[in-house]
Every structure is written in structure tokens, then in C-alpha cells.
Design a protein around this ligand. Sequence first.
Ligand code: MLT
Length: 314
Amino acid sequence: LLCAAPFVHAQAWPAKPVTWIVPFAAGGPTDAMARDIADKVGRQIGQAIVIENAAGAGGTIGAGKAAKAAPDGYTFLVGHMGYMGAAPSLYKKLGYDPVKDFDAVFRFPDTPLVLLVPKSSPYKSADALIAAAKAAPNKINFGNAGVGSTSHLIAALFESRAGIQVTSVSYKGAAPAMNDLVGGQVDAMFDQSNTALPQVTGGRVNAIALTSLTPMSQQYPGVPALAEKTLPGFEAATWYGLYAPKGVPKDVVGKLHQAYLKALADKEWTHRMAAQGIHLLPDAQYAPESFARHTAAEVEKWRKVATDAKIQID
Ligand code: MLT
């Protein structure tokens, strides 16, 4: 009977709604991407996928919660480059290991970022912002979603490459940070394109630079990529994906991965994501094994990057 249990389990899965933990406040880019994909995958597996926002400490609070969840196929983590890539290099006491404590399920598309300033900002370009920061170190405030969040990491790399010092203002997600950017309480922030675009087209903030050349020129006409002139070679995008606590049944991983690939066959959906500036990837890069290798490589890469860029350590 015992040897049949896993098989019976996988056959019955999903027997109830599934939870995906998003470790930032609702309304930010991670939350928006997660809800969009959860809706499509939920339709394929015939069960609701419920998003649980568990914010704090750049996403590491929610990631730690997911690492301790039962590997029963009903709790997952929406991970990204910050708390599943850079965090081991930034936090002395992280409480989880992105590689040892998780099974990679599938990778999401990547999202490049946009350097945003308030509508009333005097900084009309990245060069102007850099010049002002050089003239007055630590005077310019950058909003972010906590130490190790993408908005923090990319701003830290920007600081390091531009040779400037800015002041970081941390929030429980990019959404609350965006509220203060719109209100002019912070001077700038990097936000992923899927949530930056409606704020820019809605005239609530200005986009002054992009972190990637393609395919964002259509979405942000006239806005240069940093790599074009200001910071040659500066290309950045947030990678994301779904993780399960280590030991989740392999059949569950397979069912979720297949459901995701079926959902991606809907060209109306993928064109809508591309229209937000999201970078779709070749299907092979979405696969569990490929995503597991990517995660391990990113943890290693950020050890060096965090040291070189002297990114803030807690
Ligand atoms: C970040 O790392 O900045 C997150 O994407 C913020 C968020 O999704 O709220």
C-alpha cells in the first residue's frame, strides 16, 4: 500500500486549491507576473492557484516561509533573481538555501527594468541624474523593495557603474515604493517594465532610461537604454520562476510544467506579455532542470557581483 501512496497522491493532485507565495506586497511586478501566470496555469490544472503575499526583507521572509512548507504539492514560491539568486551573498543569516531547500518547477519569462522619476523631476535623463548625484553624494533617494530586491540590486549596480552614491529607501514591495515615487517622496526607482509601463503611459511618472535594448523601444519611444551611451554594457532583466520545497513529488512538477507550456501556446497571452516589455524565452529554458541549473549559476554569479559592486550587506 505504501509503495502505491505517491502514485495515488500524484493521480489525485491537485485535489484542492494550490498556494503560490509571493514575497512582496500585492500590486508590484512579481505579484502581477505571478497572478497572470497562476490564472493561466490554474485553468490548465483545473484548480484555483491562490496567491499569498508574504512581504518583507527583500522577499527573503516569504522565501524562508516557503522553504519550511510541506513538500506536498500545495505550497510553492514565486522566486526571482534577488531572494533566489543574490540573497545568499547579501544576508549573513538567510535561513534558507535557494538550491538545497527548493526544487525548481519552471522558469517564467524575464522582465527588464525602467529607470523612473516623478513627473515633476528635474532629471530628464540618466546622465542628468548621474551628474546631480556626483555633485551631491547620498542626496538622491532611490525607492526599492528591500535589501536584495531587484529594485535594490539594479540600483546598486547602477551606482557602482556610474560611480555615484545614492540613498536607498526600502518598502515592502515595488508597489508601495511606486506610490511614493508618483507622490514625489522619492527621487527615482528601477521598476520592472510590466508595472512601470502603465504608470508611464498613464503620465504618473517619467521613464528616463531602460535596462535593455529589446524589445522595449516600442513600449518606451525615445527612451534610451543605459547600454547605448550612459553605461555601455549595462543590460539587466529580472528572472523569475516557480519553486517547490525540496522533495515535492516529481509528477506534480511535471504536471505544472506541462500546464505552463500549454498556457504559453496561447499567442494572445504571449503577445500581451511582450507588449509589456516582458522577454519571452525559448521553451527549453522554462524546464525544471534548466531552471535548477540557472538558479545555481546565478547564486554563484551574484557572489562575485555583490562583492565587486560592494552591495549593502545587512
Ligand atoms: C523587486 O525585487 O523589486 C520586486 O520585484 C518588487 C516587487 O515585485 O514588488
